[in-house]
Ligand binder design. Structure first.
Ligand code: ADP
Ligand code: AMP
Length: 213
């Protein structure tokens, strides 16, 4: 299966993606995770990405399209399929993805669009915590780790501070609409109500994927 998961920052893409890849055994490709790994390893690409990410801006299309193209050409993709998370984020990335998929002989099966009220996103992002060892995402209030957890085992993303969040939301709102229209034109999009409990969102996501399969 070849899927995209779309939604504004904080909509729950990463949270749902973790459940999707576990349930369906497909490969998770998150451009945000790839950039954060490159930033951690202080590669040239990581340093470049950081200069954009810290300001809440998008990394330039040439760079982002390049890493996705390389990743999609890896052997696990043909074997298992993929779930792309956080890409495409500009209409030009959507066109580049069409081109890459056609070169690789792959076809998109569906787009899961998590629809949320933008008002709720600042609260979601400011409470987001990530487990240092596993990378698993939680929320201090909405989805806390089980039991008595040690706060030192978790970190908050630099770009989740309110000043950066505002810019990220503005950028993603303005760029996202044409991408959805592009895929709606191909009848690929399923809209999911994202302002529900995480498990209920996943129930709806699963129903959508089972219809796509
Ligand atoms: P994205 O990948 O779209 O940026 P995440 O999956 O990281 O979003 O979710 C952002 C934050 O909101 C996290 O702290 C997550 O635990 C929390 N969250 C995710 N889905 C929900 C939901 N349905 N209701 C409340 N909080 C949620
Ligand atoms: P995310 O983890 O998806 O919230 O992404 C974190 C940040 O990485 C974004 O705010 C962008 O700066 C950058 N990024 C992730 N995916 C893309 C993309 N497809 N195009 C451009 N920048 C991206």
């Amino acid at each position: 299966m070849h899927l995209l998961i779309m939604g504004l920052p904080g909509a729950g893409k990463g949270t749902q993606a973790a459940k999707i890849v576990e349930t369906y055994g497909i490969s998770h490709i998150s451009t945000g995770d790839m950039f954060r790994a490159a930033m951690k390893n202080e590669t040239e690409m990581g340093k470049l990405a950081k200069s954009y990410i810290d300001k809440g801006e998008l990394v330039p299309d040439e760079v982002t399209n390049g890493i996705v193209k390389e990743r999609l050409a890896e052997p696990d993709i043909k074997e298992k399929g993929f779930l792309l998370d956080g890409y495409p984020r500009t209409i030009d990335q959507a066109y580049a993805l069409d081109q890459t998929l056609s070169e690789l002989g792959l076809q998109l099966d569906g787009v899961i669009n998590i629809d949320v009220d933008p008002e709720s996103l600042v609260e979601r992002l400011s409470g987001r915590i990530i487990h240092k060892e596993t990378g698993e995402t939680f929320h201090k209030v909405f989805n806390p780790p089980a039991g008595d957890y040690n706060e030192d085992d978790y970190y908050q993303r630099e770009d989740d501070k309110p000043e950066t969040v505002k810019r990220r939301l503005d950028v993603n709102i303005s760029q996202g609409q044409p991408i959805l229209e592009h895929y709606r034109g191909q009848d690929l999009v399923t809209d999911i109500e994202g302002n529900q409990e995480i498990d209920q969102v996943f129930k709806d996501v699963k129903e959508a994927i089972d219809r796509i399969k």
